[in-house]
Design a protein around this ligand. Structure first.
Ligand SMILES: C[S@@+](CC[C@H](N)C(=O)[O-])C[C@H]1O[C@@H](n2cnc3c(N)ncnc32)[C@H](O)[C@@H]1O
Length: 398
């Protein structure tokens, strides 16, 4: 136990009213309708009609993607779809803000109590003088009010709570749970690593851009003896993450640092991971961060990152479709991240090309254990990327 008494769950503090709960359900299903039903109709419209008006550019996928965007932007279907999607994104965060505001003083109180929990294996180290990079501070990434770093009251955790509850609304109706208790990025990749490399027993695991720790804490189930570390530039999400980990009795060292330059010694970690992180970072910073990862990894250490597939790995229509966020969702680095070759990014940071890889894995919650094992063993394939069915990873061993 990290503390003598069980610690209250910070996630459970903001309570939604009856009307808020129905609004959240509505937004979840609206998103599902847009991202599944309407998106599939829009794809039909493209392939049955619009694609005939565009000359094929087999060689240059990027110029083909631009042509598709220009043609689709003229259609009424795209305009309606895009504006619905934009509004559903805003509504996601708005649908949880009131309950977070009502309970803010209790949230802050719990997180302050949790911040006193300090052991050899669990701590929260904030650095108020850390400069927040402009790519975080200058815009509300994916339209989340206040982004990850804004503090409205002292010791604030509000944006952490909005992220925790908003992401449930965001993916709630779309995530498949046909394999109960399983699924999500961390559960999927950590189980893959354990199955694929049975002798790999990381002593220390680092998650960069950990936000509230959602894709760090599950490593505890698979590598129970490993020390867990989470780094983020934003204090409110780290306070929330620490309180959450304490209440779940999972020891983690959280620290406020810029992943471009961290204060750990060379070779300190055996496994360094991230999820939904690199596409929010300018390419120049991505290069610095991957170099830093290479410095921090032990000999034979592993690094693996869940991301969006790069431009050259998917067809031009899908490129147009997933780059929507770069133009309409305050994620300006999304498209430039995808233009990079992830293997080249790793090799330029010092990893050997033969040790670098791209990986497609089904979400473990959406397939049977048997089918997941088949994919790990190379005898099965992953469902098509998108809507949480499968994940794309790039990684390397040192
Ligand atoms: C989309 S979120 C990551 C989500 C999280 N990994 C998860 O799976 O729930 C991106 C996070 O990266 C953090 N971040 C952005 N730039 C960073 C940097 N240079 N160093 C450390 N953290 C950074 C942001 O504050 C934010 O919390």
């Amino acid at each position: 136990m990290l503390q003598k008494q069980p610690f209250p769950s910070i996630d459970a503090i903001p309570r939604e009213t009856h009307d808020e709960a129905s609004r959240q359900r509505y937004v979840s299903f609206l998103r599902k309708f847009i991202m599944s039903d309407l998106s599939s109709k829009m794809k039909d419209l493209y392939f049955e009609d619009i694609s005939k008006t565009i000359a094929d550019d087999e060689v240059n996928k990027q110029s083909q993607t631009v042509k598709i965007r220009r043609a689709m932007e003229k259609t009424l279907f795209y305009k309606v779809w895009s504006s619905l999607r934009f509004n559903a994104q805003e509504m996601t965060w708005f649908s949880v803000q009131n309950q977070v505001e009502r309970s803010l003083s209790d949230l802050v109180k719990i997180s302050k109590e949790a911040s006193r929990v300090k052991t050899d294996t669990a701590s929260l180290n904030l650095n108020p003088s850390l400069e927040i990079p402009k790519y975080v501070s200058k815009l509300d990434i994916h339209q989340m009010p206040g982004c990850f770093h804004t503090e409205y009251v002292s010791d604030d955790v509000a944006v952490g709570a909005v992220y925790a509850h908003g992401t449930k609304v965001f993916g709630g109706a779309m995530k498949k749970s046909s394999n109960p208790g399983k699924g999500g990025v961390a559960d999927t990749i950590s189980n893959y690593l354990k199955m694929k490399y049975p002798n790999f027993k990381p002593k220390r695991i680092l998650d960069i851009g950990c936000t509230i720790g959602s894709n760090l804490l599950p490593y505890r189930n698979v590598f129970p003896d490993a020390e867990l570390y989470g780094v983020d530039v934003a204090a409110p999400v780290l306070r929330y993450a620490h309180a959450r980990a304490v209440s779940m009795n999972i020891p983690v060292h959280f620290s406020q640092q810029n992943a471009e330059k961290m204060n750990f010694n060379d070779g300190f970690f055996d496994l360094i991971v991230s999820s939904f992180f690199f596409h929010e970072i300018p390419t120049k910073s991505s290069r610095l961060i991957v170099k830093e990862i290479s410095r921090l990894l032990s000999f034979k250490g592993m690094t693996v990152h869940m991301e969006l597939p790069s431009v050259n790995e998917v067809d031009p229509y899908y490129n147009f479709y997933i780059d929507w966020d770069a133009y309409h969702n305050n994620e300006p680095h999304y498209a430039s991240f995808r233009k990079q070759d992830p293997i080249e990014l790793l090799v330029n940071a010092g990893f050997k090309e033969k040790n670098a890889y791209i990986l497609h894995l089904p979400d473990r919650g959406g397939v049977t254990d048997h089918d997941f094992r088949k994919v790990v063993d190379g005898n099965g394939s992953s469902p098509k990327h998108g809507n949480y069915a499968s994940y794309y990873f790039f990684g390397a061993q040192k």
